[in-house]
Ligand binder design. Structure first.
Ligand code: HAM
Length: 408
Protein backbone atom coordinates (compact mmCIF):
# COMPACT_ATOMS: atom_id res chain seq x y z
CA UNK A 1 0.00 0.00 0.00
CA UNK A 2 1.28 3.46 -0.79
CA UNK A 3 -0.07 6.95 -0.31
CA UNK A 4 -2.18 8.44 -3.11
CA UNK A 5 -0.09 10.21 -5.78
CA UNK A 6 0.36 13.89 -4.97
CA UNK A 7 -0.30 13.46 -1.21
CA UNK A 8 2.11 13.20 1.72
CA UNK A 9 2.18 12.10 5.35
CA UNK A 10 3.09 14.46 8.16
CA UNK A 11 5.07 12.13 10.42
CA UNK A 12 5.16 12.55 14.22
CA UNK A 13 8.70 13.96 13.99
CA UNK A 14 7.47 16.65 11.55
CA UNK A 15 4.18 17.69 13.12
CA UNK A 16 5.80 20.35 15.35
CA UNK A 17 6.52 22.35 12.17
CA UNK A 18 2.81 22.51 11.42
CA UNK A 19 1.72 23.15 15.01
CA UNK A 20 4.23 25.93 15.42
CA UNK A 21 3.17 27.68 12.20
CA UNK A 22 -0.53 27.25 12.98
CA UNK A 23 -0.05 28.74 16.45
CA UNK A 24 1.83 31.78 15.11
CA UNK A 25 -0.80 32.37 12.41
CA UNK A 26 -3.73 32.10 14.83
CA UNK A 27 -2.08 34.73 17.01
CA UNK A 28 -1.63 37.11 14.07
CA UNK A 29 -5.17 36.60 12.70
CA UNK A 30 -6.77 37.09 16.12
CA UNK A 31 -4.68 40.24 16.65
CA UNK A 32 -6.28 41.67 13.48
CA UNK A 33 -9.78 40.81 14.78
CA UNK A 34 -10.36 37.82 12.46
CA UNK A 35 -12.25 34.77 13.78
CA UNK A 36 -11.85 31.21 12.59
CA UNK A 37 -14.32 29.61 10.19
CA UNK A 38 -14.33 25.88 9.38
CA UNK A 39 -16.32 24.68 6.41
CA UNK A 40 -16.72 21.16 4.97
CA UNK A 41 -14.12 19.65 2.70
CA UNK A 42 -16.87 18.69 0.24
CA UNK A 43 -19.37 21.03 -1.32
CA UNK A 44 -22.17 20.57 -3.81
CA UNK A 45 -20.75 20.59 -7.33
CA UNK A 46 -22.59 23.82 -8.18
CA UNK A 47 -20.91 25.82 -5.38
CA UNK A 48 -17.52 25.26 -7.01
CA UNK A 49 -18.58 24.96 -10.68
CA UNK A 50 -20.37 28.26 -11.06
CA UNK A 51 -21.64 29.28 -14.50
CA UNK A 52 -19.09 32.11 -14.78
CA UNK A 53 -16.05 30.28 -13.38
CA UNK A 54 -14.06 29.29 -16.47
CA UNK A 55 -10.66 28.79 -14.85
CA UNK A 56 -8.67 25.71 -15.87
CA UNK A 57 -8.41 24.83 -12.20
CA UNK A 58 -12.17 24.56 -11.66
CA UNK A 59 -12.89 23.14 -15.11
CA UNK A 60 -10.19 20.48 -15.25
CA UNK A 61 -8.65 19.87 -11.84
CA UNK A 62 -11.45 19.26 -9.35
CA UNK A 63 -12.27 15.92 -7.75
CA UNK A 64 -15.96 15.50 -8.61
CA UNK A 65 -17.99 12.45 -7.69
CA UNK A 66 -21.47 11.11 -7.03
CA UNK A 67 -22.16 9.93 -3.48
CA UNK A 68 -24.30 6.89 -2.66
CA UNK A 69 -27.38 9.10 -2.82
CA UNK A 70 -26.45 10.22 -6.36
CA UNK A 71 -25.60 13.72 -5.11
CA UNK A 72 -23.00 15.46 -7.23
CA UNK A 73 -20.21 16.64 -4.95
CA UNK A 74 -16.80 18.29 -5.32
CA UNK A 75 -13.82 18.15 -2.96
CA UNK A 76 -12.99 21.82 -2.42
CA UNK A 77 -10.07 23.05 -4.56
CA UNK A 78 -9.92 26.25 -2.43
CA UNK A 79 -11.81 27.56 0.57
CA UNK A 80 -13.19 30.89 -0.64
CA UNK A 81 -16.25 29.53 -2.51
CA UNK A 82 -17.30 27.31 0.43
CA UNK A 83 -16.84 30.15 2.90
CA UNK A 84 -19.00 32.47 0.83
CA UNK A 85 -21.58 29.67 0.47
CA UNK A 86 -21.57 29.47 4.28
CA UNK A 87 -21.77 33.27 4.63
CA UNK A 88 -24.87 33.30 2.42
CA UNK A 89 -26.48 30.12 3.80
CA UNK A 90 -26.08 31.28 7.41
CA UNK A 91 -27.15 34.82 6.51
CA UNK A 92 -24.08 36.32 8.12
CA UNK A 93 -24.95 39.45 6.16
CA UNK A 94 -28.11 40.30 8.11
CA UNK A 95 -26.53 42.88 10.40
CA UNK A 96 -24.77 44.40 7.39
CA UNK A 97 -21.52 44.39 9.33
CA UNK A 98 -18.06 43.61 8.03
CA UNK A 99 -17.20 39.89 8.44
CA UNK A 100 -13.56 38.99 9.11
CA UNK A 101 -12.76 35.28 9.02
CA UNK A 102 -9.59 33.22 8.86
CA UNK A 103 -9.17 29.58 7.99
CA UNK A 104 -6.77 26.68 7.63
CA UNK A 105 -7.54 23.48 5.79
CA UNK A 106 -7.05 20.90 3.09
CA UNK A 107 -7.81 21.38 -0.60
CA UNK A 108 -7.75 19.03 -3.56
CA UNK A 109 -6.63 19.76 -7.10
CA UNK A 110 -5.84 17.16 -9.73
CA UNK A 111 -2.59 18.83 -10.83
CA UNK A 112 0.66 17.32 -12.06
CA UNK A 113 2.58 16.82 -8.79
CA UNK A 114 5.99 18.45 -8.58
CA UNK A 115 8.09 20.49 -6.14
CA UNK A 116 5.64 22.50 -4.00
CA UNK A 117 2.62 21.21 -5.90
CA UNK A 118 0.38 18.52 -4.47
CA UNK A 119 -3.02 17.02 -5.16
CA UNK A 120 -3.97 17.38 -1.52
CA UNK A 121 -2.50 20.52 -0.03
CA UNK A 122 -3.34 22.89 2.79
CA UNK A 123 -4.04 26.60 2.78
CA UNK A 124 -4.39 29.29 5.41
CA UNK A 125 -6.00 32.57 4.59
CA UNK A 126 -8.64 35.17 5.34
CA UNK A 127 -11.78 36.62 3.80
CA UNK A 128 -12.85 40.19 4.55
CA UNK A 129 -16.49 40.25 3.50
CA UNK A 130 -18.81 43.20 3.02
CA UNK A 131 -15.86 45.55 2.82
CA UNK A 132 -15.41 47.84 -0.15
CA UNK A 133 -12.76 50.45 -0.75
CA UNK A 134 -9.08 51.03 -0.43
CA UNK A 135 -8.86 50.80 3.36
CA UNK A 136 -10.04 47.20 3.20
CA UNK A 137 -7.52 46.50 0.42
CA UNK A 138 -4.81 48.09 2.57
CA UNK A 139 -5.78 46.02 5.64
CA UNK A 140 -5.33 42.85 3.61
CA UNK A 141 -1.92 43.79 2.19
CA UNK A 142 -0.75 44.98 5.63
CA UNK A 143 -1.90 41.67 7.14
CA UNK A 144 0.07 39.77 4.49
CA UNK A 145 3.12 41.91 5.12
CA UNK A 146 2.78 41.30 8.89
CA UNK A 147 2.65 37.53 8.33
CA UNK A 148 5.80 37.66 6.20
CA UNK A 149 7.61 39.82 8.78
CA UNK A 150 6.58 37.71 11.78
CA UNK A 151 7.59 34.50 10.00
CA UNK A 152 10.79 36.16 8.73
CA UNK A 153 10.04 35.10 5.15
CA UNK A 154 11.68 37.03 2.33
CA UNK A 155 9.05 37.47 -0.36
CA UNK A 156 7.79 39.98 -2.87
CA UNK A 157 4.20 41.19 -2.89
CA UNK A 158 3.10 41.80 -6.50
CA UNK A 159 -0.08 43.78 -7.05
CA UNK A 160 -2.21 44.70 -10.06
CA UNK A 161 -5.72 45.93 -10.79
CA UNK A 162 -8.12 44.27 -13.23
CA UNK A 163 -10.71 47.03 -12.87
CA UNK A 164 -14.42 46.51 -12.26
CA UNK A 165 -16.36 43.79 -14.07
CA UNK A 166 -17.21 46.03 -17.04
CA UNK A 167 -13.58 47.12 -17.53
CA UNK A 168 -12.44 43.54 -17.09
CA UNK A 169 -14.91 42.21 -19.65
CA UNK A 170 -14.00 45.03 -22.05
CA UNK A 171 -10.32 44.19 -21.59
CA UNK A 172 -11.06 40.50 -22.25
CA UNK A 173 -12.37 41.32 -25.73
CA UNK A 174 -9.39 43.61 -26.41
CA UNK A 175 -6.82 41.02 -25.39
CA UNK A 176 -8.63 38.28 -27.33
CA UNK A 177 -8.60 40.43 -30.43
CA UNK A 178 -4.92 41.34 -29.90
CA UNK A 179 -3.63 37.78 -29.42
CA UNK A 180 -5.81 36.37 -32.22
CA UNK A 181 -3.35 38.11 -34.59
CA UNK A 182 -0.50 36.06 -33.10
CA UNK A 183 -2.07 32.61 -33.03
CA UNK A 184 0.87 31.12 -34.95
CA UNK A 185 3.22 32.21 -32.14
CA UNK A 186 1.15 31.16 -29.14
CA UNK A 187 1.87 27.98 -27.20
CA UNK A 188 -0.78 25.24 -27.12
CA UNK A 189 -2.05 26.27 -23.68
CA UNK A 190 -2.45 29.90 -24.76
CA UNK A 191 -4.34 28.90 -27.89
CA UNK A 192 -6.85 27.20 -25.60
CA UNK A 193 -6.86 30.18 -23.23
CA UNK A 194 -7.64 32.45 -26.18
CA UNK A 195 -10.97 30.69 -26.50
CA UNK A 196 -11.87 30.12 -22.85
CA UNK A 197 -10.02 32.59 -20.66
CA UNK A 198 -7.88 35.05 -22.68
CA UNK A 199 -6.81 36.99 -19.55
CA UNK A 200 -4.71 34.01 -18.48
CA UNK A 201 -2.48 34.42 -21.53
CA UNK A 202 -0.86 37.33 -19.68
CA UNK A 203 0.31 34.81 -17.11
CA UNK A 204 2.05 32.52 -19.61
CA UNK A 205 5.62 31.61 -18.70
CA UNK A 206 6.28 30.11 -22.16
CA UNK A 207 5.31 33.01 -24.44
CA UNK A 208 6.23 35.91 -22.17
CA UNK A 209 9.63 36.70 -23.74
CA UNK A 210 8.30 37.39 -27.25
CA UNK A 211 8.00 41.00 -28.51
CA UNK A 212 4.29 40.78 -29.33
CA UNK A 213 3.77 39.58 -25.75
CA UNK A 214 5.83 42.31 -24.12
CA UNK A 215 3.89 44.96 -26.08
CA UNK A 216 0.43 43.54 -25.43
CA UNK A 217 -2.33 45.67 -23.84
CA UNK A 218 -2.44 45.56 -20.00
CA UNK A 219 -5.52 45.66 -17.74
CA UNK A 220 -4.14 48.76 -15.96
CA UNK A 221 -4.51 50.76 -19.19
CA UNK A 222 -8.25 50.07 -19.29
CA UNK A 223 -9.32 50.99 -15.76
CA UNK A 224 -12.15 53.46 -15.23
CA UNK A 225 -11.36 56.60 -13.23
CA UNK A 226 -12.59 55.16 -9.91
CA UNK A 227 -10.61 51.92 -10.16
CA UNK A 228 -7.54 53.86 -11.17
CA UNK A 229 -7.91 56.29 -8.24
CA UNK A 230 -8.39 53.38 -5.81
CA UNK A 231 -5.27 51.64 -7.07
CA UNK A 232 -3.19 54.82 -6.72
CA UNK A 233 -4.63 55.48 -3.25
CA UNK A 234 -3.72 51.97 -2.12
CA UNK A 235 -0.13 52.45 -3.27
CA UNK A 236 0.06 55.72 -1.34
CA UNK A 237 -1.12 54.03 1.86
CA UNK A 238 1.40 51.22 1.40
CA UNK A 239 4.22 53.70 0.65
CA UNK A 240 3.36 55.80 3.70
CA UNK A 241 3.53 52.70 5.86
CA UNK A 242 6.77 51.34 4.41
CA UNK A 243 5.08 48.24 3.01
CA UNK A 244 7.19 46.96 0.14
CA UNK A 245 5.31 45.86 -3.00
CA UNK A 246 5.77 45.74 -6.76
CA UNK A 247 3.20 46.60 -9.44
CA UNK A 248 3.14 43.73 -11.94
CA UNK A 249 1.05 44.77 -14.94
CA UNK A 250 0.83 41.18 -16.21
CA UNK A 251 -0.52 39.74 -12.98
CA UNK A 252 -3.84 37.97 -13.44
CA UNK A 253 -5.11 35.16 -11.25
CA UNK A 254 -5.89 31.50 -11.80
CA UNK A 255 -9.46 31.81 -10.55
CA UNK A 256 -12.04 33.79 -12.46
CA UNK A 257 -13.96 35.52 -9.69
CA UNK A 258 -11.57 38.44 -9.21
CA UNK A 259 -12.02 42.06 -10.15
CA UNK A 260 -10.18 45.23 -9.08
CA UNK A 261 -7.15 44.49 -6.87
CA UNK A 262 -5.26 41.21 -7.37
CA UNK A 263 -1.95 40.18 -5.81
CA UNK A 264 0.52 37.35 -5.46
CA UNK A 265 3.29 36.68 -2.95
CA UNK A 266 6.41 35.23 -4.53
CA UNK A 267 9.27 33.62 -2.65
CA UNK A 268 12.11 31.21 -3.30
CA UNK A 269 10.99 27.67 -2.56
CA UNK A 270 14.01 25.35 -2.65
CA UNK A 271 15.76 27.78 -4.97
CA UNK A 272 12.84 28.33 -7.39
CA UNK A 273 10.59 31.41 -7.36
CA UNK A 274 7.09 30.21 -6.52
CA UNK A 275 3.77 31.80 -5.50
CA UNK A 276 3.47 31.07 -1.80
CA UNK A 277 0.19 32.97 -1.67
CA UNK A 278 -2.28 35.01 -3.64
CA UNK A 279 -5.66 36.63 -3.60
CA UNK A 280 -7.63 39.70 -4.47
CA UNK A 281 -10.96 41.43 -4.51
CA UNK A 282 -14.06 39.57 -5.59
CA UNK A 283 -17.11 41.80 -5.67
CA UNK A 284 -19.55 39.40 -7.35
CA UNK A 285 -19.04 36.02 -5.70
CA UNK A 286 -21.51 36.63 -2.84
CA UNK A 287 -24.30 37.50 -5.27
CA UNK A 288 -23.27 34.66 -7.62
CA UNK A 289 -23.84 32.29 -4.71
CA UNK A 290 -27.29 33.70 -3.98
CA UNK A 291 -26.48 36.46 -1.47
CA UNK A 292 -26.99 40.20 -1.66
CA UNK A 293 -24.57 42.39 -3.64
CA UNK A 294 -21.56 42.34 -1.30
CA UNK A 295 -17.97 43.30 -1.91
CA UNK A 296 -15.17 41.17 -0.51
CA UNK A 297 -11.45 40.57 -0.60
CA UNK A 298 -9.17 37.81 0.69
CA UNK A 299 -6.05 35.77 0.28
CA UNK A 300 -4.69 32.28 0.81
CA UNK A 301 -1.18 30.94 1.31
CA UNK A 302 -0.04 27.40 0.58
CA UNK A 303 0.92 25.84 3.92
CA UNK A 304 3.50 23.48 2.42
CA UNK A 305 5.16 26.25 0.43
CA UNK A 306 5.33 28.54 3.47
CA UNK A 307 6.71 25.70 5.60
CA UNK A 308 9.48 25.08 3.08
CA UNK A 309 10.55 28.73 3.55
CA UNK A 310 10.95 28.21 7.32
CA UNK A 311 13.65 26.49 9.38
CA UNK A 312 12.40 23.18 10.84
CA UNK A 313 10.96 23.25 14.36
CA UNK A 314 12.17 20.58 16.74
CA UNK A 315 9.61 18.64 18.77
CA UNK A 316 9.67 19.67 22.44
CA UNK A 317 11.85 17.23 24.41
CA UNK A 318 10.13 14.83 26.74
CA UNK A 319 10.36 16.17 30.34
CA UNK A 320 10.20 12.92 32.27
CA UNK A 321 10.33 9.18 31.68
CA UNK A 322 8.98 7.31 34.73
CA UNK A 323 10.25 3.77 35.10
CA UNK A 324 8.21 1.47 37.33
CA UNK A 325 10.27 -1.55 38.34
CA UNK A 326 7.45 -3.85 39.48
CA UNK A 327 3.70 -3.97 39.06
CA UNK A 328 3.48 -3.11 42.77
CA UNK A 329 5.32 0.14 42.20
CA UNK A 330 2.93 1.40 39.48
CA UNK A 331 1.89 4.86 40.63
CA UNK A 332 -0.75 6.53 38.47
CA UNK A 333 -1.34 9.37 40.98
CA UNK A 334 2.38 10.22 40.60
CA UNK A 335 2.03 10.41 36.79
CA UNK A 336 -1.11 12.45 37.18
CA UNK A 337 0.57 14.94 39.55
CA UNK A 338 3.54 15.37 37.19
CA UNK A 339 1.22 15.94 34.21
CA UNK A 340 -0.91 18.39 36.16
CA UNK A 341 2.29 20.32 36.89
CA UNK A 342 2.50 20.90 33.12
CA UNK A 343 5.17 18.30 32.38
CA UNK A 344 5.28 15.89 29.44
CA UNK A 345 5.50 12.44 30.96
CA UNK A 346 5.82 8.90 29.60
CA UNK A 347 6.04 5.63 31.53
CA UNK A 348 7.09 2.08 30.68
CA UNK A 349 4.37 -0.23 29.36
CA UNK A 350 6.20 -3.48 30.20
CA UNK A 351 7.93 -4.56 33.41
CA UNK A 352 11.60 -5.46 32.72
CA UNK A 353 15.05 -5.25 34.35
CA UNK A 354 16.20 -1.68 35.05
CA UNK A 355 19.04 -1.79 32.48
CA UNK A 356 16.57 -2.66 29.71
CA UNK A 357 14.09 -0.02 30.84
CA UNK A 358 16.82 2.63 30.96
CA UNK A 359 18.07 1.77 27.46
CA UNK A 360 14.53 2.13 26.09
CA UNK A 361 13.89 5.36 27.99
CA UNK A 362 17.10 6.99 26.68
CA UNK A 363 15.89 6.44 23.10
CA UNK A 364 13.15 9.03 23.77
CA UNK A 365 15.68 11.67 24.86
CA UNK A 366 13.92 12.62 28.12
CA UNK A 367 15.36 15.42 30.25
CA UNK A 368 14.83 13.38 33.43
CA UNK A 369 14.20 9.78 34.38
CA UNK A 370 12.41 8.80 37.59
CA UNK A 371 12.94 5.26 38.84
CA UNK A 372 10.19 3.93 41.11
CA UNK A 373 10.47 0.67 43.02
CA UNK A 374 8.04 -0.53 45.70
CA UNK A 375 10.24 0.93 48.47
CA UNK A 376 10.35 4.36 46.82
CA UNK A 377 6.60 4.30 46.36
CA UNK A 378 6.04 3.41 50.01
CA UNK A 379 8.44 6.09 51.29
CA UNK A 380 7.41 8.80 48.81
CA UNK A 381 11.08 9.29 47.94
CA UNK A 382 11.97 8.94 44.28
CA UNK A 383 15.25 8.50 42.36
CA UNK A 384 15.53 11.40 39.94
CA UNK A 385 18.18 11.03 37.23
CA UNK A 386 19.31 13.90 35.02
CA UNK A 387 19.41 12.16 31.64
CA UNK A 388 22.22 14.36 30.32
CA UNK A 389 24.62 14.45 33.30
CA UNK A 390 23.47 11.02 34.60
CA UNK A 391 23.51 12.57 38.11
CA UNK A 392 20.99 10.87 40.39
CA UNK A 393 19.39 12.08 43.63
CA UNK A 394 16.68 10.83 45.95
CA UNK A 395 14.01 13.37 46.71
CA UNK A 396 10.34 13.89 47.52
CA UNK A 397 7.65 14.78 44.99
CA UNK A 398 7.38 18.60 45.50
CA UNK A 399 11.16 18.99 45.25
CA UNK A 400 11.33 16.68 42.25
CA UNK A 401 8.74 18.77 40.35
CA UNK A 402 10.59 21.96 41.35
CA UNK A 403 13.90 20.64 39.96
CA UNK A 404 12.37 19.43 36.67
CA UNK A 405 10.50 22.71 36.15
CA UNK A 406 13.45 24.91 37.10
CA UNK A 407 15.74 23.25 34.58
CA UNK A 408 13.29 23.43 31.66
P1 HAM B 1 -4.67 30.24 -5.36
O1 HAM B 1 -3.68 31.21 -5.94
O2 HAM B 1 -5.29 29.26 -6.27
O3 HAM B 1 -5.76 31.13 -4.66
O4 HAM B 1 -3.99 29.45 -4.17
C1 HAM B 1 -3.33 30.13 -3.11
C2 HAM B 1 -2.02 29.45 -2.78
O5 HAM B 1 -2.24 28.06 -2.53
C3 HAM B 1 -1.01 29.46 -3.92
O6 HAM B 1 -0.31 30.67 -3.96
C4 HAM B 1 -0.10 28.30 -3.50
O7 HAM B 1 0.83 28.72 -2.54
C5 HAM B 1 -1.06 27.34 -2.87
N1 HAM B 1 -1.39 26.25 -3.82
C6 HAM B 1 -2.28 26.29 -4.83
N2 HAM B 1 -2.31 25.10 -5.47
C7 HAM B 1 -1.43 24.30 -4.84
C8 HAM B 1 -1.00 22.93 -5.01
N3 HAM B 1 -1.53 22.16 -5.95
N4 HAM B 1 -0.05 22.45 -4.18
C9 HAM B 1 0.48 23.22 -3.20
N5 HAM B 1 0.11 24.50 -2.99
C10 HAM B 1 -0.83 25.04 -3.79
C11 HAM B 1 -6.83 30.63 -3.98
O8 HAM B 1 -6.96 29.46 -3.70
C12 HAM B 1 -7.83 31.68 -3.55
N6 HAM B 1 -8.93 31.00 -2.83
C13 HAM B 1 -7.19 32.73 -2.68
C14 HAM B 1 -8.16 33.77 -2.24
C15 HAM B 1 -8.73 33.86 -1.03
N7 HAM B 1 -8.66 34.73 -3.00
C16 HAM B 1 -9.52 35.44 -2.29
N8 HAM B 1 -9.60 34.91 -1.11
Amino acid sequence: MTKVKGTYDVLPSESANWQNLEAKLRKIFLSFGYQEIRTPIMEYYETIHRHNEDSDMVKKETYDFLDHGERRLTLRPELTAGIIRSYVENKLYVDNDVTRVFYMGANFRYERPQKGRFRQFSQFGVELINASGTLADAEIIILISTILKKLKIKAQININSLGDQDSRNHFKTIIKEYFSHYQDHLCGDCLQRLEVNPLRILDCKVDNHQDFFLNCPKPLDFLNAESQANFVKLQKILDNNQIAYQVNKNLVRGLDYYDELVFEIISQVEGTPLAIGGGGRYNNLVSDLGGPATQAIGFAFGFERVLSCLPPTKNKPLDVYCLFLEEGSLDYPLLNTLRQAGLQVKSNLLIAPLSKLLAKAYRDNPRYIIVVGSDEKAQGLYSLRNATTKEQIQTNLPNLIKIIKENK
